[in-house]
Design a protein. Structure first.
Length: 191
């Protein structure tokens, strides 16, 4: 269980959120207006940003889709995923290729270095990498950016299937994605 206690974040004189308290017990959507501080909150949970005050507990090992794709540009999509797996990844390679194919990425796309993939293909790679990595908490910052409706539906189905019971916070403004996921929505508008 992930808990956020009395969290406040300020940049200079600007306060993003104040005294935020939240418990995340399973997969949830994080919804807030643009500029509220969702990315900043996820970065605090990832340990990349210090809160002004307050604490977070129970995050453990994090797997993430960052706001940017953060792929190794010279590696293929499959290699970007196997990179996060311990030991020899050979045994998982076949299943990872199947995941990409289910995600609409054909052999031609899988032969390319990540630098030459489309925006939506890069996003799919970042998402599969996060799902394959061993983690206690999943933090997903707008993971559906650049995906067409069919790909979005496949991504939502994969997330529903793979996330299990662990805490997940998925930041999105995409109402269709929220509907497809069917997860509880944490609305931070008035936090
Ligand atoms: N390092 C920083 N220094 C100063 N201000 C920052 C910094 N990082 C973010 N901000 C500001 O904090 C505010 C919230 O940014 P953030 O990216 O967390 O919002 P968001 O809710 O994720 O927005 P969006 O939905 O548009 O992606 C913005 O006004 C942004 O300019």
């Amino acid at each position: 269980m992930l808990t956020i206690e009395h969290l406040t974040k300020q940049f200079g004189k600007k306060t993003l959120f104040r005294d935020l308290c939240l418990t995340v017990e399973g997969p949830a959507v994080l919804w807030a207006p643009s500029g509220w501080g969702k990315t900043t909150l996820l970065r605090i949970l990832m340990g990349l940003e210090e809160p002004t005050s307050g604490i977070v507990q129970g995050v453990g090992r994090v797997a993430a889709v960052f706001q940017e794709d953060r792929l190794c540009p010279q590696l293929t999509a499959v290699q970007n995923v196997t990179l996060v797996l311990p030991g020899s990844a050979e045994q998982y390679k076949e299943q990872i290729i199947k995941d990409f194919q289910q995600f609409g990425m054909d052999a031609a796309a899988l032969a390319l270095p990540a630098a030459r993939l489309s925006g939506g293909q890069k996003r799919r790679t970042a998402l599969l990498r996060a799902l394959w990595a061993a983690s206690d908490t999943l933090l997903l910052d707008e993971p559906f950016t650049g995906m067409d409706p069919d790909t979005l539906a496949a991504a939502a189905a994969l997330l529903r299937e793979r996330c299990g019971e662990k805490p997940v916070l998925l930041a999105t403004h995409d109402r269709e994605a929220i509907r497809l996921l069917g997860w509880p929505v944490v609305e931070l508008e008035n936090a």
